[in-house]
Write a protein that binds this ligand. Structure first.
Ligand code: CA
Length: 229
């Protein structure tokens, strides 16, 4: 089933290739080449997913990302970046992006990511009324709400899915492969660094500091375990 996708990319060759690949897959694509046009397009017709180049002629892509996220809390934003510095990716994820893809990327990889993001999380289909309580952490899957010590946390869709999966297996090891398969895509062939980024971000939102005690234990070479209180 096709979705409406907003492509923000000022490079003609990349833009043409991505548009063709997405349209061949049945998606409806609105291709714009500037940050201003991207914000205007999203305001006119909300896309299901935004593919956002960070290097734009008129605005910093990170700022475009932040403005899109604040205007449209539930849209999925995937950053396309030629920047290889990890800090740029972190800044992008902090600005509200759900994922990123490093240029150059294969169109097959892009399509796999898009497919993964557009697919509804399995979580939504099961355990509709489950409320998980782990000490002062309450995860309500039906309402997609997370409350920590009485205060609601603002989690991005992937962070929520990740936390819900770990919480559903609290006290047990969850492998990286299982997480990538459940939260991202079962045919994932990209880097799993995005998982580590989301774990770091989740830890920060859970009020944890780098190097301090954590509810989420890293199992080196295996995966992660959310500790029971
Ligand atoms: Ca660019």
């Amino acid at each position: 089933v096709g979705a409406r996708i907003l492509l923000v990319e000022d490079d003609n060759a990349i833009g043409r290739g991505v548009v063709q690949a997405l349209e061949t897959s049945g998606h409806e694509v609105d291709w714009v080449t500037s940050g201003t046009a991207a914000l205007a397009s999203a305001a006119t017709a909300l896309p299901a997913l935004v593919l956002l180049d960070l290097g734009l002629p008129d605005m910093d892509g990170v700022q475009v990302c932040a403005e899109l996220r604040s205007a449209h809390p539930f849209v999925t934003i995937v950053i396309l970046t030629a920047r290889t510095e990890e800090i740029d990716v972190v800044v992008g994820l902090d600005a509200g992006a759900d994922d990123y893809l490093t240029k150059p990327f294969r169109l097959s990889e892009l399509l796999a990511r898009v497919r993964a993001h557009l697919r509804r999380p399995r979580l939504a289909a099961s355990d509709e009324n489950d409320e998980l309580v782990l000490g002062d952490l309450v995860i309500d899957s039906a309402a997609r709400r997370v409350v920590l010590a009485g205060a609601e946390l603002e989690l991005r869709p992937k962070e929520f899915a990740l936390l819900a999966m770990l919480a559903g297996n609290a006290g047990r090891a969850v492998t990286r492969e299982a997480i990538m398969s459940e939260v991202w895509d079962e045919h994932w062939f990209g880097s799993t660094k995005t998982l580590d980024m989301h774990i770091s971000s989740l830890r920060r939102k859970l009020g944890e500091r780098d190097g301090g005690p954590s509810r989420i234990t890293t199992l080196r070479g295996v995966g992660y375990r959310l500790e029971r209180p």
